[in-house]
Design a protein around this ligand. Structure first.
Ligand SMILES: Cc1cc2nc3c(=O)[nH]c(=O)nc-3n(C[C@H](O)[C@H](O)[C@H](O)COP(=O)(O)O)c2cc1C
Length: 190
C-alpha cells in the first residue's frame, strides 16, 4: 500500500493551506493510499544547531520530535508539503523542519548513502498567500525543490492559491480545491 505523509506548515489549524492539504489527502485516500498528516506547529523541535553531530553518520543527534518526522518521511512513498506564504517565503515551521534535514544532505552528498530505502518517491507542494505574487510562490518552490532533491523525491506537482487571507476563505475557491483533490489522486495513481 502506498504511504502518504502530509506535512502542514501553518500555525492556523483549519486554515487555507490546511484545507488544501486535506483535499489532496482525500484524493490520495480515494485510491487506497494510507495517509497521515503532521502539523509541525504541534511538535516540539528546535532549528538546526549546526553542531556537526551528523557529519560522520548522517544522523541527527538532536533528540526531539523531529526524530519521528525523519522516520515518517523516510518510510513514505509520497510527501505533501503545505504552507502559507509568510514574508515572501515558507512558514518558519516548514523552514525549521527543512534545515533539520541537513543530516540527510550529509548522507546524500558527503557520505553518499541512500536517504531512504523507498524508490520512486514523489512529492507535491501546496502554497497559499494573501497577495497573488508569482515571485513569492516561485521563491517558496525553489526551497521545496532543493528539499525534495536532497531526499530523492521527484517534484510531482503543485497548487498555488493567492488572494486569500481570512481563515478558511479557500473553501469558496472550488476550482482550487478540485485541483488539489485531483493532484492527490494522480500522486498515488502514477
Ligand atoms: C506572519 C505572516 C506573514 C505573512 N506574509 C505574507 C506575505 O509576505 N505575502 C502574502 O501575500 N501574504 C502573507 N501573509 C498572509 C498569508 O499568506 C495568508 O493569510 C494565508 O491565507 C494564510 O494561510 P493559512 O490559513 O494556511 O495559514 C502573511 C501572514 C502572516 C500571519
Amino acid at each position: 500500500m502506498i504511504k502518504v505523509i502530509g506535512i502542514g506548515g501553518s500555525p492556523r489549524k483549519g486554515g487555507n493551506s490546511d484545507i488544501l492539504l486535506d483535499e489532496t489527502l482525500k484524493g490520495a485516500r480515494k485510491h487506497g493510499a494510507s495517509c497521515e498528516k503532521i502539523i509541525l506547529n504541534d511538535l516540539d523541535f528546535r532549528p538546526c544547531q549546526e553542531c556537526g553531530g551528523c557529519d560522520e553518520t548522517g544522523v541527527c543527534v538532536v533528540k526531539d520530535d523531529m526524530q519521528s518526522v525523519y522516520k515518517k518521511i523516510e518510510e513514505a512513498d509520497r510527501i505533501i508539503i503545505a504552507t502559507p506564504i509568510f514574508f515572501g517565503s515558507l512558514s518558519a515551521q516548514i523552514k525549521m523542519m527543512i534545515d533539520r534535514f541537513q543530516s540527510y544532505w550529509i548522507r546524500r552528498y558527503i557520505l553518499k548513502i541512500a536517504v531512504s530505502a523507498k524508490k520512486r518517491r514523489k512529492g507535491i507542494f501546496l502554497c497559499v498567500s494573501g497577495s497573488d505574487k508569482k515571485e513569492f510562490f516561485e521563491n517558496a518552490k525553489k526551497i521545496i525543490r532543493i528539499f525534495f532533491i536532497t531526499l530523492n523525491i521527484e517534484y510531482f506537482g503543485d497548487v498555488f492559491c493567492g488572494g486569500i487571507d481570512e481563515k478558511a476563505a479557500i473553501k469558496k475557491n472550488k476550482k482550487t480545491l478540485a485541483k488539489a483533490f485531483k493532484l492527490g489522486e494522480a500522486l498515488v495513481k502514477n
